[in-house]
Design a protein around this ligand. Structure first.
Ligand SMILES: [Zn+2]
Ligand SMILES: [Zn+2]
Length: 335
């Protein structure tokens, strides 16, 4: 088959490249034309000349990179465009707001790049949609059978129980500023938590961006030198990197929590000094990855972005063609 995707999709040093379309997907350094799956920093980088992405992803890039975001071209879900004979469509990926799987069709063959995805309900974004294709390129961040994410409600309950048991301690929760923080806040409100949320300065801009897109989180209050001492018994969200730095020392008796799929690995929690590990992930766990591989019915699976080997082995055992695709992976925002 001359139009097989191996003849028109390659991996270059900047990342996945579509030869006839002359564009990269989620390139790691500046290129002429980039298609971006979603706003996390390991996928959306500054400095490209032209960027095709959903309007939400472009807003995130604009907020973070300003003029460095590039010439921005929005594309709606399920509204394909044809560029140099390659038909490009975006399909919801269920990962974070604006996240898209990218469907490329060229001379009759269909390839999907999943980007990051999950199959759980997340009120901050549209759910993942299953679209059949010939080649499915899946992420594999949690691509080992040991990774099974619990329901988010269980983890929210852990946090609420801890607040009851330790009413004087400030609950400082490390969470990525894009996606994770907002999902946690909505889940807490869903379970009736009605106190204000206190935010590290680095969380504010993206929360405001979500608010401008119509989300409401109740009262959000920045942590300041003045109010920091009075935050016993409250929830404070900060970037994971701020959990142990000087900033966190001004909070009273802080109890450190961290919301991440990696918190299933006890050694990781311990190493980061996390007392309250919350296993909340915006990625597919092992069951979601294998379920998705079955559902898209692609005879060929390419695996990237994480623990590739076990998933390649799984797909092969299902009678599918499978291989790992190299990518230069940065773990900045991925959990
Ligand atoms: Zn991501
Ligand atoms: Zn990622």
């Amino acid at each position: 088959m001359t139009n097989h995707p191996t003849s028109w999709i390659t991996v270059k040093s900047a990342g996945l490249y579509c030869k006839p379309g002359q564009f990269f997907i989620d390139p790691h350094y500046p290129v002429d034309y980039a298609i971006i799956t979603h706003g996390h920093a390991d996928h959306a980088r500054p400095g490209h000349k032209k960027v095709l992405a959903t309007a939400e992803t472009l807003k995130i890039m604009k907020a973070r990179y300003g003029d460095q975001a590039g010439l921005l071209q929005p594309l709606k879900y399920h509204r394909p465009i044809v560029h140099r004979e390659v038909k490009i469509s975006f399909i919801p990926a269920g990962h974070i707001i604006g996240s898209a799987q990218i469907l490329l069709e060229y001379h009759g063959s269909r390839l999907i790049i999943s980007g990051d995805y999950k199959r759980r309900t997340d009120p901050t974004c549209l759910p993942f949609e299953v679209v059949p294709c010939d080649v499915f390129i899946t992420e594999a961040t949690f691509g080992l059978p040991i990774f099974i994410h619990p329901p988010i409600e269980d983890e929210i309950n852990k946090l609420l129980t801890s607040l009851q048991q330790h009413p004087m301690r400030c609950h400082l929760i490390g969470a990525y500023a894009l996606g994770k923080c907002q999902r946690l806040m909505l889940a807490l409100r869903e379970q009736g938590y009605d106190r204000p949320f206190y935010l590290h300065g680095a969380m504010l801009k993206l929360c405001e961006l979500y608010q401008s897109l119509g989300f409401s989180f109740g009262e959000l209050t920045p942590v300041t030198a003045q109010n920091a001492r009075d935050l016993g018994g409250e929830i404070v969200f900060c970037p994971p990197s701020a959990l142990q730095d000087r900033w966190s020392r001004k909070l009273p008796h802080s109890l450190i929590g961290y919301a991440s799929g990696w918190m299933q690995v006890r050694a990781r929690a311990k190493q980061k000094g996390v007392e309250l590990p919350l296993i909340v992930s915006d990625h597919a766990d092992w069951n979601e990855l294998t379920q998705t591989i079955q559902q898209v019915k692609a005879p060929e699976i390419w695996v990237t972005h994480g623990n590739e080997e076990a998933l390649v082995y799984y797909a092969t055992s299902q009678g599918l063609q499978a291989k790992a695709v190299a990518n230069l992976h940065y773990e900045d925002e991925d959990d």
